[in-house]
Design a protein around this ligand. Structure first.
Ligand code: RTP
Length: 142
């Protein structure tokens, strides 16, 4: 997901481009304004954290871009491309390392397991996730 700060800063294209160039396949995409209930459910594992309210306020502060990406090892690899949670600790060359300075404004979210990816896709797109099943004709090994 491109978080509201990423959308406001016109970084959507760059985030998509990095995942595309790596060799992953975009399977679903949606720009929308999340509500509080959805943000709270998405981050429910963090509900006891002191920053939870600020996190939810941040996620609902504007439109986000939810995406489903497919490809071998995509969850682990996308987390590497995204970089550390604290952008000041994220390596240069990662999305957060290149574009952010605050943990509370770190541009993107990436699912931390395939299971959570499926849970989050159902949450953000609805149970019938509109996955487009297609092949990269120019690079069928992907
Ligand atoms: P995400 O879920 O957004 O991809 O981030 P993550 O796995 O790298 O980090 P996680 O621990 O799951 O935290 C989720 C988001 O909460 C905000 N956060 N703020 N100390 C803080 O103020 C703090 N810690 C985390 C960040 O926006 C983080 O991405």
């Amino acid at each position: 997901m491109v978080k509201p700060d990423g959308v406001q800063r016109a970084l959507v294209g760059d985030v998509i481009s990095r995942l595309e160039r790596k060799g992953f396949r975009l399977a679903a995409l949606k720009l929308f304004q999340p509500d509080k209930a959805l943000a709270e459910e998405h981050y429910k594992d963090l509900s006891s954290k002191p920053f939870f309210k600020d996190l939810v306020d941040y996620i609902i502060s504007g439109p986000v871009v939810a995406m489903v990406w497919e490809g071998a090892g995509v969850v682990k690899s996308a987390r590497k491309l995204i970089g550390a949670t604290n952008p000041l600790e994220a390596e240069p060359g990662t999305i957060r390392g290149d574009f952010a300075v605050q943990t509370g404004r770190n541009v993107v979210h990436g699912s931390d397991s395939p299971e959570n990816g499926e849970r989050e896709a159902a949450l953000w797109f609805g149970n019938d996730v509109p996955i487009v099943d297609w092949q990269q004709v120019a690079a069928p090994w992907l």
